[in-house]
Design a protein around this ligand. Structure first.
Ligand SMILES: [Zn+2]
Ligand SMILES: [Zn+2]
Length: 189
């Protein structure tokens, strides 16, 4: 008998994530992001903040725009220009789903800032992408879920996967093949 032992994809990324890769398990999912058009190469749109470490590695970080900070990152398919939201800290992850959404619902409704393309130091913005997610698991979610969230779970039994606790993005440059491991690396719960 086989059972599903892999963390499901978050609802908003289901359409674009491939089969779970090595590193996946009941509380972890690692998967490549491929556009439904079969496009593998995406440009990463971000609010501007970049942290460069001593070894030259870069990390895209939440960025102050106007009066507040935004952590929103989008992958735009180079083939068909479809945009796939990778992560929006006001909407996705444990804190957003279980806390912010009910205590400060305005955060998710504020207009998102203009985003710019992040380029690899080689000058090419085209990247092959994979995401890594971690979760506290379904039981943990159910134990904290309020009435609204329980109803959502009845309608979509995998909705709990949106309340992941950590998100990371690994990019491999299509131009120079450099690996940008953990280009995005956020704790979300
Ligand atoms: Zn596409
Ligand atoms: Zn490059």
């Amino acid at each position: 008998m086989t059972t599903t032992t892999t963390l499901p994809a978050p609802t908003y990324l289901r359409h674009a994530l491939e089969e779970p890769m090595k590193g996946s398990g009941p509380r972890a999912l690692a998967a490549r992001l491929i556009c439904p058009c079969e496009g593998e190469i995406h440009e990463i749109l971000h609010p501007g903040g970049v942290e460069t470490h001593d070894d030259g590695t870069q990390r895209l970080i939440p960025t102050q725009v106007g009066k507040r900070t935004f952590g929103v990152w989008i992958a735009r398919c180079r083939g068909c220009a479809t945009k796939h939201t990778l992560l929006d800290l006001d909407v996705h992850g444990w804190n957003a789903v279980l806390v912010t959404r009910f205590e400060d619902p305005k955060r998710a409704k504020d207009p998102r800032p203009e985003l710019e393309i992040w380029d690899c130091p080689c000058g090419d913005g085209g990247q092959r992408l994979a995401v890594r997610l971690r979760s506290g698991g379904r039981a943990d979610y159910v134990s904290k879920a309020n009435e609204t969230l329980v109803k959502e779970l009845e309608a979509d039994p995998e909705a709990w996967a949106d309340a992941f606790s950590a998100f990371a993005l690994d990019a491999t440059c299509a131009g120079c093949f450099r690996e940008h491991t953990g280009l995005i690396d956020e704790l979300t719960g």
